[in-house]
Ligand binder design. Structure first.
Ligand SMILES: Cc1ncc(COP(=O)(O)O)c(C=O)c1O
Length: 434
């Protein structure tokens, strides 16, 4: 039955509900942070070492290094995997910037590979065509909690010797065939800044089972961990950090991280249940997919973060995603189009000479011009026109989730009312509606 959309003056499908803040903070967070404040030292110490051990055990790795951001952890990974001037590192054409800019810090060369329609992860089937004798590593960003096919990546690595770095900033606790992401590749890095699944304000960590990767990362940029280094070749340079960087985590952040980790499985569970309920309803509409692993036996999604609807031609051929998102907002539910950058077409990667080398930084140390153009990563190029970022699912409140789903379904099944509208038209209407 056709109902008038709220953006055209009809009733709202989802009168505003309350979404709890993330992360949940309870008295133990306060207690441990205060206890940390009452200690005599606030620099690298007992909270950080405890969190490193607890996180490594929880994630299934032998080593973990806490850092003050995910960006710092990614930088350490690049160094630890010995990516240097002119080495190529394969990265997704669509991701957050730090997943890629980390490669530039050592004059290595990012080579963008297209993403996969269904998961928005880098497309494993397009990797081998991009491998050259200069390829040192692949950065697999585990997008929106959907674990990439790690068997296939590890198989490529076994055949080519290329190392696998996982950026699992969106996906703490997501699993691939029962193993936590971030623990499967040679090294993992993640952000735990506010809003991330495991969240502490600002922070990150690097984890690995490889003693040499661990020691190289420590020597490069931690600032204190050199005590744990065993390789005499590295030890003789202690205590100077090779890169001159100091990336370690603040004690109060570590205190908060320990409590958050202790409760994380309990905190994230209602959101996972809510996503299951929401996506099962909304993805029943023909042409509507999502990057939540609804029916993938190999993947479990860890928590609600950065989940998207992925709209097919039968939807966006009729109405642009920005118009659909505005109409859903008018129904009272949150929705936003797009997401991150399509890197390979961005002028930053093709033109910007960051360090004054007389060439765009991306190719300043490359033996060949690796820049790519329109048509080279077609999925990434069109994905921004197809995505709708859905609300963060934190609590499991059936009535509220059903209202959210009703708002999405109302718009997606009444597209005829939006046909012919541009984003400007709906912007004007939603502003007038207040
Ligand atoms: C996929 C991904 N990688 C890396 C980062 C960088 O983490 P941070 O902001 O903690 O430096 C982010 C953060 O937003 C991210 O989403």
């Amino acid at each position: 039955m056709s109902e008038q959309l709220a953006i055209l003056g009809g009733p709202q499908a989802c009168p505003t509900g309350t979404v709890k803040p993330w992360p949940p903070i309870d008295d133990i967070d306060r207690e441990l942070v205060m206890a940390s404040l009452n200690q005599t030292t606030h620099t690298y110490g007992p909270n950080s070492t405890a969190f490193e051990q607890e996180f490594a055990a929880w994630n299934g790795n032998s080593h973990c290094i806490t850092t003050n951001s995910g960006t710092a952890a990614l930088h350490m990974c690049v160094v630890a995997c010995e990516c240097g001037p002119g080495d190529e590192v394969i990265v997704p054409a669509y991701s957050w910037s730090s997943s890629v800019t980390c490669v530039l810090h050592h004059n290595a060369i990012p080579v963008f590979v297209d993403i996969d329609w269904d998961t928005i992860n880098i497309d494993v089937d397009k990797i081998e065509a991009a491998i050259t004798p200069r390829t040192k590593a692949i950065i697999v960003v585990q997008m929106g909690g959907y674990a990439a096919n790690m068997d296939a990546f590890m198989d490529i690595s076994a055949r080519t010797g290329v190392r696998i770095l996982e950026d699992y900033s969106h996906s703490h606790a997501s699993t691939w065939k029962g193993r936590k992401v971030g623990s499967i590749g040679h090294v993992g890095a993640a952000s735990i800044m506010s809003g991330k699944p495991l969240a502490t304000g600002e922070g990150g960590m690097m984890n690995t089972d490889d003693q040499d990767i661990y020691e190289r990362a420590v020597m490069f940029g931690h600032g204190d961990h050199h005590k744990f280094v065993e390789n005499p070749e590295y030890k003789r340079f202690s205590p100077l950090p090779w890169g001159g960087y100091k990336y370690r985590m603040h004690q109060m952040t570590s205190a908060m991280a320990r409590v958050q980790l202790r409760h994380y499985d309990e905190y994230r569970a209602p959101g996972v249940k809510a996503m299951e309920r929401f996506f099962s309803q909304v993805c029943a509409v023909p042409g509507v997919g999502c990057n939540y692993a609804l029916n993938d036996p190999d993947v479990t999604v860890g928590a609600s973060y950065w989940q998207m609807l992925i709209l097919g031609d039968e939807i966006i051929g009729r109405v642009p995603n920005a118009v659909i998102a505005r109409a859903i907002q008018a129904e009272g539910a949150s929705a936003s189009p797009g997401g991150y950058f399509c890197h390979h077409l961005h002028p930053f990667w093709n033109e910007c000479d960051v360090y004054g080398d007389g060439k765009p930084t991306r190719i300043a140390f490359s033996g060949r011009d690796v820049r790519q153009g329109v048509g080279d990563c077609p999925v990434a190029e069109s994905i921004v026109t197809r995505l709708i970022h859905v609300p963060r699912m934190i609590q499991y409140d059936e009535a509220y989730i059903d209202q959210l789903a009703a708002a999405y379904l109302k718009v997606l099944t009444n597209l005829d009312q939006l046909e012919g509208m541009s984003s400007d038209d709906v912007l004007e209407r939603s502003t007038t509606l207040g």
